[in-house]
Design a protein around this ligand. Structure first.
Ligand SMILES: [Fe+2]
Length: 278
């Protein structure tokens, strides 16, 4: 199987918002240190987006308990007519690599800031996958060029079960503002129709490539007061399993003028309705 481990990477530590913005643009992620509280972390997220910042705020606090409650609410929701069912998985499991806000399609934030208040006593290490790099690796491999072509050209369904997004788009695309976007989450599916089963082959191959990048690449530990700053369009993230009830990470979502669409208000990840276009 193709070696895709180099699509996973450990972000560099940087010192100020301008440097963060430059490293984010070039490498897709960076780590900011010395942020003592959530308010400072949110302000730093906004500063990194600079003049182009539109919205920035804490979307949710990830703890073992909040994850458990969220997962319980999702499990109470029915499967969709294709049998797809929402399932967030327990804290003890390694996460599926994803872009945050994937349920909201074009309204997903283009920036993500994961501020660590308290790491897990053990486990819970982070991973990042650069989808631009992963696509390059696939495109350069004779056995994977068809997959790379599919990812770039064929519309798929990026919605979560029962929460349609009103449109379809390829796994990888250039946004109108010129940003690279590569997407992955647990519920990717082909568009329904005569080509569905053929397209499943490629969607599953993309999922396999992302899992391979996650499990063969490096992971890293984030300390208290550190924040992973992520190009949420280009880079997938997640964490390893842990069982520490005291671990706390804030997921701060940022929309800049580069975002494809910007919601007017807060988004609900338990009931992810797509905002009305305004
Ligand atoms: Fe996330």
């Amino acid at each position: 199987m193709l070696d895709v481990s180099t699509a996973s990477f450990i972000p560099r530590k940087i010192t100020g918002p301008q440097e963060a913005a430059a490293v984010l643009a070039a490498e897709g992620a960076a780590i900011m240190t010395g942020l003592p509280d959530e308010e400072t972390a949110v302000a730093m997220g906004r500063a990194i987006m600079g003049d182009r910042a539109v919205r920035c705020g804490t979307q949710f606090e990830a703890t073992k308990e909040s994850g458990r409650v969220e997962a319980m609410k999702m499990r109470a929701q029915p499967a969709d007519r294709r049998g797809r069912k929402r399932d967030a998985g327990p804290a003890e499991e390694r996460m599926v690599a994803h872009n945050d806000g994937f349920a909201f399609g074009d309204y997903a934030p283009d920036h993500l800031f994961l501020w660590c208040e308290r790491p897990a006593a053990s486990g819970g290490d982070s991973f990042l996958i650069d989808t631009a790099r992963l696509l390059d690796l696939l495109a350069a491999d004779p056995g994977s060029t068809a997959l790379a072509h599919f990812c770039r050209t064929v519309d798929i369904d990026h919605s979560e079960p029962n929460y349609p997004q009103g449109g379809f788009s390829p796994i990888v695309r250039r946004t109108p503002s010129g940003r690279f976007q590569g997407r992955h989450h647990p519920y990717l599916a082909p568009v329904e129709g005569p080509l569905e089963s053929e397209h499943w082959t490629y969607v599953r191959a993309w999922q396999d490539a992302v899992v391979a990048a996650r499990d063969s690449g490096p992971m890293f530990r984030v300390g208290p007061g550190e924040m992973i700053c992520i190009d949420n369009y280009r880079v997938l993230h997640g964490r390893d399993g842990h069982s520490d009830p005291l671990r706390k990470v804030c997921s701060i979502w940022g929309w800049s003028q580069d975002a494809v669409a910007i919601p007017d208000g807060p988004l609900d990840i338990v009931v992810p309705r797509i905002p009305m276009a305004s």
